[in-house]
Write a protein that binds this ligand. Structure first.
Ligand SMILES: [Zn+2]
Length: 147
């Protein structure tokens, strides 16, 4: 994802709030990817990570995006986005949970309304990255993953 596009999405979020946010993300990332099996798989990972990160469980809404780009991001309002490219390229569940947990941890730590990884990394300070890693590694260990 190009940084300029992400910046535009971020601006739209601030101006318009969560509902428009979801629409903007869908438009920018190829729309929704509908696969019931993958959906429940990622839902399960997010719902397990939430309490491990100290959040109420069951609250995260997961959206799989129909793009080959490898990307994931989380937003306030307990929204988590993962691309089908990420799902296709993750080596195993531990790797996927690691990416998802890191993104959720940015939100847990209050780093940003809109966080994104990989292509547009740079929106967070090194200290914020360290904090997100520390939080997610703890949560993953609690769930029995080997991060
Ligand atoms: Zn990060």
């Amino acid at each position: 994802m190009r940084a300029a596009t992400l910046a535009l999405i971020g601006l739209a979020l601030v101006l318009a709030g969560p509902a428009a946010h979801a629409d903007a993300v869908l438009q920018a990332f190829g729309g929704a990817y509908r696969d019931g099996r993958l959906q429940s798989y990622v839902d399960g990972i997010a719902q397990a990570l939430a309490p491990a990160l100290g959040l109420p469980d069951g609250a995260w809404r997961v959206q799989i995006l129909n793009t080959p780009e490898i990307n994931a991001f989380a937003a306030a309002g307990a929204r988590l986005y993962v691309t089908r490219g990420l799902l296709a390229n993750a080596r195993d569940e531990a790797e996927l949970a690691g990416v998802v947990g890191h993104e959720m941890a940015h939100v847990v730590a209050g780093h940003s309304y809109f966080s994104t990884e990989h292509a547009a990394e740079g929106g967070f300070s090194p200290a914020q990255e360290f904090e997100a890693d520390a939080l997610s590694v703890q949560a993953l260990a609690r769930l029995g993953y080997d991060p």
